[in-house]
Design a protein around this ligand. Structure first.
Ligand code: SF4
Length: 313
């Protein structure tokens, strides 16, 4: 292990968290992402499903193959996260898959599509966490960003059952002229806290480099609208100075996460400021058959990365 890798592992307390399963060095909190497909009621400018491979065979949903793969990897993952596109447009597929999934934590990420939300409350109740993407306090502004008028509004949050509210984390993508300051973050938290929501994640736009995977228009949008790493990271320190405490730091693929807490409110900050060390780590994982994340593609193939380049056989 190189000194650089050893330092990253030590810094993020990862040395004792790797175990060998089926020939892979697997992180003990391995998360399985289930990519259901790119169908969505929205069309956000920063949507990372806008890849050049969007219409390739890997992105075509095949439930039978996904179920087969799930049977093969039973027991190796700690948590599972359903993503899309918009997962609630694939409710029947989710129901079939949940029958095979046994793990510590089940998460679904949705934009809060209103009609599907209300007709699938029984399904949502099966999840431990429900992540709702929402990028403005104002309903109309949020609809404009996601480009859909079929989304949960502030009144829907207000009237939700408490057992659902407790599972909700609001995921906010930060970008210039959107949620782009500590003051706006605090206002966002205050409004949703008054509606009974206690968990929030603030993420900077992904630092995409021009390559063959993402659409050029997406790379251009994220380059022009990202908050600078320095500024984004300074917000966390400002909130710590205002009484939040830093509870945990976690490393992922090309992102770093800090968890802050105050008075029962949990904030997750997802930044890409340490992208260089993330790249070192990714290379190390590739060379040493390490798995930190696992992605089940819509066609049923399993990959160790989001660009679907490292297929797991
Ligand atoms: S809601 Fe999510 S999946 Fe849908 S377009 Fe926006 S970012 Fe993409």
């Amino acid at each position: 292990m190189s000194n650089e890798i050893e330092e990253i592992f030590k810094k993020h307390k990862m040395l004792n968290e790797i175990k060998n399963i089926k020939g892979y060095n697997v992180h003990e909190r391995l998360n399985l992402y289930i990519d259901l497909g790119f169908k969505c009621n929205g069309n956000c400018d920063f949507c990372i499903t806008r890849t050049k491979e969007r219409y390739s065979e890997k992105r075509k949903t095949n439930l039978k193959n996904q179920l087969e793969s799930l049977k093969k990897i039973s027991g190796i993952y700690h948590s599972v996260e359903f993503v899309g596109g918009e997962p609630l447009l694939y409710c029947d597929n989710i129901r079939s898959m949940l029958e095979l999934i046994k793990c510590q934590k089940k998460v679904i990420v949705t934009n809060g599509i209103k009609t599907e939300w209300y007709s699938n409350i029984d399904l949502l109740e099966k999840f431990d966490h429900i992540d709702i993407s929402r990028h403005s306090i104002d309903d109309f502004e949020n609809q404009k960003i996601i480009k859909s008028n079929n989304l949960l509004g502030l009144d829907d949050f207000k009237n939700m059952d408490n057992n659902i509210k407790e599972k909700i984390r609001i995921n906010i993508t930060c970008f210039k002229c959107g949620i782009d300051s500590v003051e706006k973050i605090e206002r966002f938290i205050d409004v949703f806290k008054s509606l009974g929501i206690k968990q929030f994640m603030f993420a900077n736009l992904t630092n995409l480099i021009k390559d063959s995977f993402h659409d050029d228009s997406l790379v251009e949008y994220t380059t022009n609208n990202r908050i600078s790493d320095k500024e984004f990271d300074s917000w966390q320190q400002t909130l710590i100075n205002k009484g939040y405490s830093l509870k945990k730091e976690i490393i992922g693929y090309a992102h770093f996460v800090k968890i802050l807490e105050k008075d029962g409110i949990t904030l997750v900050f997802k930044s890409n400021s340490e992208v260089n060390s993330a790249q070192t780590l990714i290379n190390y994982y590739r060379e040493n058959k390490c798995l930190l994340e696992l992605v089940l593609a819509p066609n049923g193939d399993l990959f160790a990365d989001w660009s679907y380049s490292q297929k797991i056989e």
